[in-house]
Design a protein around this ligand. Structure first.
Ligand code: SF4
Length: 414
């Protein structure tokens, strides 16, 4: 039976346009891919392997973008690299900081595609919400990104580039001596304080920005492998969460090949309501989805699956819904945490947020059944931090205004 709406992915997303200057951007490449690029450019195998190791460290551990500053490479080598490669970052179209500390960026790729990332600081952690696609095919009705069409998948470089840019903006690349961290330029940094990895602001990543990560599986997997590599950005898989709307056939692969924490956009407990809110449910139903969660590799009580549940007035927020949610979690024996999200409306949104009393009552019912059900505090409402809102707002601005803002923000970030 055909499924109404765009619930299927665009199977062959448009390829990325190559850079006009012909240079290759190294960001997003693994050590092995950097080695292969160097070999293709003319280095012999031994050189390519050695230089790839050094470049990997400079790129992802030090955050260096200028080959000239890579001091353990011979000067002629630095020039040779700069002629053929770049270490890029996404362009910043807009950067906003909320009164609660939430930061949001509208980014632009080399081929002019806009996508968003959000940084949410908390007392004990800082979470970067990363996008996986420009737009989305899935049309979840509560989601503003769902009102946009899919333009293309983001490349591993554009996904890793978000993490790199956030580290730039937060000033989180190591500055001190790297002695003991495998760096060869100790002499230059002799007087600098000893580098430590403690006290970072960016501690966690959620693949929860624009797009459905499991419809861009290979790129997301390759990007996260770079992000998790201990010689580079070195974020532990326990600090990374991949959020899916329920692309059931890819969930086991995600567990096996990426191994990060799983979050599921559940949002409803029966077919009728979930079909409406998350149209992908018409393709992969609730039972199938919850069974895939129960089978997710590595999920246990110490590593629970997060179920996102947006609170929509008179739609999915009754006592009966809360009880059914508990029943489903028990039935499938899911090591679950339920995240209750007050709906963040946008102009023209088809729903309203549940009342605070209703949300509290819903949360209590789930809590009393022994399942954690915290209510997520809305963040960054003054800067439209809900997914997709900044991109839409910016599209209403004139090109000249955007260019001016981009220049200003870039200067502010620099
Ligand atoms: S919630 Fe996620 S999957 Fe659904 S439309 Fe929005 S971006 Fe796409």
């Amino acid at each position: 039976m055909p499924i109404p709406g765009h619930v299927d992915p665009v199977p062959v997303p448009r390829a990325i346009t190559p850079r006009e200057d012909g240079r290759v951007d190294l960001v997003g490449l693994s050590r092995e891919q950097i080695r292969a690029e160097l070999a293709t450019a003319g280095l012999d195998e031994k050189q390519a392997k050695l230089r790839a190791k050094q470049l990997f460290h400079w790129l992802y551990h030090r955050g260096e973008t200028d080959f000239e500053k890579m001091t353990d490479l011979a000067k002629p080598m630095r020039g040779w690299l700069a002629e053929r490669f770049i270490v890029g970052r996404p362009d910043v179209v807009e950067a906003q900081i909320s009164s609660d500390g939430t930061r949001k960026w509208l980014l632009r790729s080399d081929d002019g595609q806009d996508y968003e990332m959000v940084f949410i600081p908390d007392a004990d952690r800082g979470t970067l919400c990363v996008s996986s696609q420009v737009g989305c095919t899935l049309n979840c009705r509560f989601c503003h990104t769902g009102t946009m069409r899919l333009v293309r998948n983001l490349t591993p470089g554009e996904i890793v580039g978000q993490v790199m840019l956030a580290r730039d903006a937060l000033g989180e690349w190591p500055k001190g001596s790297m002695a003991g961290f495998g760096d060869a330029d100790e002499a230059e940094d002799d007087d600098a304080p000893q580098y430590t990895t403690d006290g970072r602001l960016l501690t966690n990543i959620v693949m929860m920005g624009m797009g459905e990560p499991l419809y861009n599986f290979e790129n997301v997997r390759d990007a996260l492998k770079v992000v998790m590599d201990g010689d580079g950005l070195a974020l532990s898989k326990r600090r990374i969460t991949l959020s899916t709307s329920g692309v059931v056939p890819m969930m086991a692969r995600a567990g096996q090949e990426i191994g990060v924490n799983l979050a599921v956009s559940l949002h409803a407990v029966n077919k009728e309501v979930r079909d409406e809110i998350v149209p992908l449910n018409r393709k992969f139903g609730l039972e199938e989805l919850l069974q895939a969660c129960a089978d997710y590799p590595g999920a246990n009580n110490a590593r629970r699956i997060t179920f996102e549940y947006v609170m929509l007035k008179d739609k999915n927020d009754s006592d009966e819904d809360a009880r059914e949610l508990v029943r489903l979690m028990r039935h499938y024996r899911l090591p679950a945490k339920i995240n209750l999200i007050p709906f963040n409306p946008w102009p023209g949104a088809p729903y309203e947020c549940s009342t605070p009393e209703r949300i509290k009552r819903f949360s209590n019912i789930v809590f009393e059944a022994g399942i954690s059900a915290p209510v997520r505090t809305p963040r960054g409402r003054d800067i439209m931090a809900a997914c997709g809102q900044l991109k839409s707002a910016s599209e209403k601005k004139s090109r000249a205004e955007l260019d001016r803002l981009a220049a200003e923000k870039q200067a502010a970030l620099g």
